[in-house]
Structure formats: structure tokens, C-alpha cells
Design a protein around this ligand. Structure first.
Ligand SMILES: Cc1ncc(COP(=O)(O)O)c(C=O)c1O
Length: 390
């Protein structure tokens, strides 16, 4: 047995408990128990056929070797055009790296920015990985609370009161996982001004930026004059095009930051997969009918989910984007973990306990409505029945 200690880097890095729910579902399935899945944050739809065709063709044509480190230039150009058209963003394709999903993009972003002792502000409840990515960069996560009584909105005042001389960056994820909230333009503009005055970076995790309801619009911070030099953008095809297994995302930012980022990306993965970049480019071209159809489909699923919660009297803040709702469950007298276990055992429904998103998520559970309407109906019925026993 080796006696050498293993790396200290994984200290403070937890495995995601969302994956633990997936493991529980797997073992239930092996025992023949059908669990309704409100836990997984992935669409039940197939990826667009045009993406598959373009990828198959690329493979047949022999595009099976390494791609360039930053990704294919035609894909980067198409992506820059897409961001320009949809969000008025002016991104130079030379400042984009194609990554293995937003996951790699966030990892690269934080590795490129952080030094030991730095602090990263993260609105909480939060997507669990943020804490681990910050820890892998030697930095500490400073939670900025999102208050359910204030619709889980990110407030400039809350950010200001957590600034310190060590603040390096703030992560903004809007639409927000797990609450489904979209932060408002007024607060984001104030935060942007604060970033300039107090000198910190903004990292925008925009993976849900195409999934919006109630006429709400995505506010791209990098369009504010002066902000392009301190805004780092992370995006992905996973949620917008049901392409999560393809592992295609991107990282875009100012030139000095990108010089660092390209090194981390090269050392971590070399380059993104070559042939999937053909499919990725294909779906980013017009027409965007897949996305339009997805938006209206998810809007209808959201209505179904919310009306079920209304009927059960489960309170929630109305989600405006993404595909999650984060109802409050504390009145049942259980913590979120026990409540989730209860639903799993008695209703055969999997949800994610709010505590998985940090202490700020306690008292809630995350329910995803990216699954089919019959599945949503079945899950709601099962939950209503189980809750009537309490
Ligand atoms: C907020 C957020 N960021 C990043 C990701 C990772 O996305 P990708 O599949 O592009 O790696 C997810 C996936 O659930 C997410 O919810």
C-alpha cells in the first residue's frame, strides 16, 4: 500500500447529492419500482435530429481527430452571431472557447481567476458545484442569501454587505437553479456598477438563459458599457437543445482572462470533441424552431406543475425561468432531506432536498418539470396522496 498522502485539493469538495438521488432511483428501478423523476435537471426530449445528422455526416467524413484547442472556428463564429442576435452581445469569436459543457467552462473560469485566499460570492441557495469549483481554486465561497420572502431575488444591497478586500468574483446564475427566479435588471445594473467600483469579476452562468416565461427577458450584463472587461460568460447547449450528453458548452471573456483560460482548458481536456461541434454549429444556425417549441412546451408543463402545487396548498415563489420550482415544505415538520425521503418512500417520487443547495435551501425541495406531462400528472397525484397521510 502506498503511504504517500493523496492531494489536498479535494478537501472541501463534496460529491453532488443530486447524483445520490439518481443512484437511489437506479436501485429502485432494479427492484422494479417505478419512481417519478422530479429530481433530474435534464430534458426528457431527444436532441434535434439536425444535430445528429450533421454529427453523423462529420464522422463519416472522417472528422474523428483532435479539434483545435479553442474549438472549431466556424462553431465559434456561429455562436458569436447567435449571442449577438439573441442578446445584443458583441463577442469576438477569438474570445470564445468551446468546452465540455458549462461544467468544464465553470471549472476553467474559476481555475483561471482564483488564488488561494480569494472569496467568491455566490447567491444561496446555489447550484452545488459552485462551492467545489471555488474550493478547487483554493478560494472560499461567501453566500449571498436569497430570501424567499423577497421572491429569492438577488439584491444589490445583499451583495454589497458581503464584499471584502478578498472578493474576486460574483457568480450570477439567472434564470436560477434551484429557484427558477430571474434576477431583475435594476439589481443587476447596480451590481454591475458595484463590480466596477469595487473591482471584482462577474461570472454569468447563463445555461438557462433561453428558458423564460411570463414575457420576462434575459438581461446580458456584458452589454453594459465597460462591463465586457470584467464579465465572464458561461453557456451550454445542454438545456437549450436537449444536448446534455453531448457535452458542448462555451466560455467567453475578456482577452487577458482568455489567455489564462485557454491554458487551463488545454491542460484539462485538450479540446472539445471534434464531431459534436458540427452538430452544435448546426443547431445554433437559424431557424430556432426547436428552442421556440421547447419554450412553449415548458411553459405548459410549468402551468401543470404549479396548478398541482396550488391544489395541494404547497407554497412557492412563481418561477420565471429554467425548469425548476422550489416549494416550501417546512410546515410538514420535516427537514428537506427527511421530506424528500418520505416522498421517495411513500409517493415514489424523487425530488432534491433544498439542503443540497446549501443551508439557504433548507425548508424547500426542488422539483423539475422538464419531464413529460403524464409523468408530471402522475407525480403530482402520488404526492397529493402521500401528503394526505400526514
Ligand atoms: C446552473 C447550472 N450550471 C451549469 C450546469 C452544467 O451544465 P452542462 O451540462 O452544460 O455541463 C447546470 C446543469 O444542471 C446548471 O444547472
Amino acid at each position: 500500500m502506498p503511504t504517500q498522502p493523496l492531494s489536498f485539493r479535494t478537501q472541501g469538495v463534496k460529491l453532488s447529492s443530486i447524483r445520490q438521488v439518481a443512484a437511489k432511483m437506479q436501485s429502485a428501478a432494479e427492484q422494479g419500482i417505478k419512481i417519478t423523476n422530479f429530481a433530474a435537471g435534464r430534458l426528457d426530449l431527444d436532441s434535434p435530429s439536425r444535430a445528429k445528422k450533421a454529427t453523423q455526416k462529420a464522422m463519416e467524413q472522417g472528422w474523428v481527430h483532435y479539434a483545435s484547442t479553442m474549438g472549431r472556428s466556424d462553431l465559434r463564429l456561429t455562436l458569436a452571431r447567435r449571442l449577438g442576435k439573441d442578446f445584443r452581445l458583441n463577442v469576438d469569436p477569438e474570445q470564445i472557447i468551446i468546452t465540455l459543457g458549462a461544467t468544464e467552462a465553470m471549472y476553467v473560469a474559476l481555475q483561471s481567476l482564483l488564488n488561494p485566499g480569494d472569496e467568491v460570492l455566490v447567491p444561496q441557495p446555489m447550484y452545488v458545484y459552485y462551492e467545489g469549483w471555488a474550493a478547487l481554486g483554493g478560494a472560499k465561497t461567501v453566500p449571498v442569501p436569497l430570501d424567499p420572502m423577497d421572491d429569492f431575488l438577488l439584491r444589490a444591497g445583499q451583495v454589497r454587505s458581503r464584499l471584502s478586500s478578498r472578493t474576486k468574483a460574483l457568480i450570477i446564475n439567472s434564470p436560477h437553479n434551484p429557484t427558477g427566479q430571474v434576477f431583475n435588471e435594476q439589481d443587476l445594473s447596480e451590481i454591475a456598477q458595484m463590480a466596477q467600483e469595487e473591482d471584482f469579476y462577474l461570472i454569468c452562468d447563463d445555461v438557462y438563459s433561453y428558458l423564460l416565461y411570463d414575457g420576462v427577458r434575459h438581461f446580458p450584463i456584458a452589454t453594459i458599457p465597460g462591463l465586457e472587461s470584467r464579465t465572464i460568460m458561461v453557456g451550454s447547449l445542454s438545456k437549450t437543445y436537449a444536448m446534455d450528453g453531448w457535452r458542448v458548452g462555451y466560455l467567453a471573456g475578456p482577452p487577458d482572462f482568455m489567455e489564462h483560460a485557454v491554458k487551463i482548458h488545454q491542460y484539462a481536456v485538450g479540446s472539445a470533441n471534434t464531431f459534436v461541434q458540427f452538430g452544435a454549429r448546426e443547431v445554433l444556425e437559424d431557424p430556432q424552431d426547436f428552442v421556440q417549441d421547447l419554450q412553449s412546451r415548458l411553459a405548459r408543463r410549468r402551468e401543470l406543475m404549479l396548478s398541482g402545487l396550488d391544489q395541494m396548498g404547497l407554497p412557492y415563489v412563481r418561477p420565471r425561468g429554467g425548469f425548476y420550482v422550489f416549494p416550501a415544505i417546512s410546515r410538514f415538520g420535516y427537514g428537506s432531506e427527511r421530506f424528500s425521503e418520505f416522498l421517495f418512500a411513500k409517493a415514489q417520487v424523487a425530488v432534491v432536498p433544498g439542503i443540497a443547495f446549501g443551508p439557504g435551501g433548507e425548508g424547500h425541495v426542488r422539483m423539475a418539470y422538464c419531464t413529460s406531462r403524464p409523468e408530471i400528472e402522475q407525480g403530482l397525484e402520488r404526492i397529493a396522496k402521500a401528503l394526505s397521510l400526514l
